[in-house]
Design a protein around this ligand. Sequence first.
Ligand SMILES: [Zn+2]
Length: 417
Amino acid sequence: MTFKFFKMTIVSLFILSTYVSANDQLTIVTFQFKKKEDRDLAARFSHLDILSQNTGKAIVNSYDLKMMKEKIPHLILEAKPLKTTAFKGGPSIKGKEEEIEFPQGDEKFHTYKEVTDLLKKYARDFPTITSLSSIGTTIQGRSMWALKLTNQKNLRNEKVPGIIFMGTHHAREHLSTEVPMGLIKHLLTNYEKDPAIKDLIDSREIIIVPMINPDGAMHDIKGRRYKMWRKNMRKERNDLYGVDLNRNYGYKWGTGGSSSSRRSDVFMGPKPFSEPETIAVKDFLEENEHIKIVLSYHTFSELILYPWGHKNAGVGGKDQKVFEKMAKKMSSWTGYKPQRSSDLYIASGDTCDWVYGALKKFCFTFELTPKNYWQGGFYPGAKVIDRVIKANIKPALYLIKNAIDPYAVLKEPRTNI
Ligand SMILES: [Zn+2]
């Protein structure tokens, strides 16, 4: 271990131990991989942070750790407990919604209540180009808000091409609420000033759902301490276990990179689309055939991912070229690395495999800032919000523009970007 690496480890462990508390002891596991199959194997037990071809890290609960020690001891280089405060108590929104707040210093992040209030305000302030609705209701009864941006005259015209941006499938990935919220603000405040944005809103339907999993996200900050919670709030009696919503979609569900154990952080659920949150997305996308492109924001790692996730292959043909070309272009603005999802590791039941596999729509997953655990992992702090929103405006505008005909990007001249 070099001194620099050692120093970064200490710093990152300090950051994590300051923030994290969970419902049981968390452990930071370092993996060593000899081949790609090793990464795929480890991904069956936990979400992974891939540091290089040969190393990865994960923060895991005690169940996942036990399973890893049993099934893949040869891949574990080191397992160190994270110093945390035990989190006790089950899920509840019986407490007042308005009392939920982010930990000190991170108040700039939007709570569910703040998201709701702001979306309602936008709908009031821009009545001719917005409409607010809910695509479904979460386990705990929260509305899954969708703000539609389009010229009202388009509303009954099915030929208007659509695009949807979604945030926060995973509870602790709070920056993935901020980016779609920032996108809404950018589009609305520039509508009158910027003819290009006016044209996009007037000629397309832009649907933005900032929080797919608001229950989990609010649980993650309750008591003003981060809890490293990933899943939704599925529970049985008083036993909160949660389902990993991004392993619950119904295309090649349960075929790798997810777990059938409810204790696992990558629990796929008892069946595909078992959760109200994923059902809501499914119903909405099936009903809205005019939606051509889907973008799901996650954190972290700074990646632009496209299918397949469930197998080590691309989608092939012309569509693969569209995915590659778009991802590369968007990478030129963000610096995020474009790659096929399964190049990272195999994961099944994710949004984009279902969107492309079942609906044949183009779908990207953005893993936002930071690049790794050393830079803050899931909790990089409020200081990064503005910068990350700014970096993600151009890619969003590019996708909105191309929602009219994604294949048109193949006709763009080659660039060396
Ligand atoms: Zn995620």
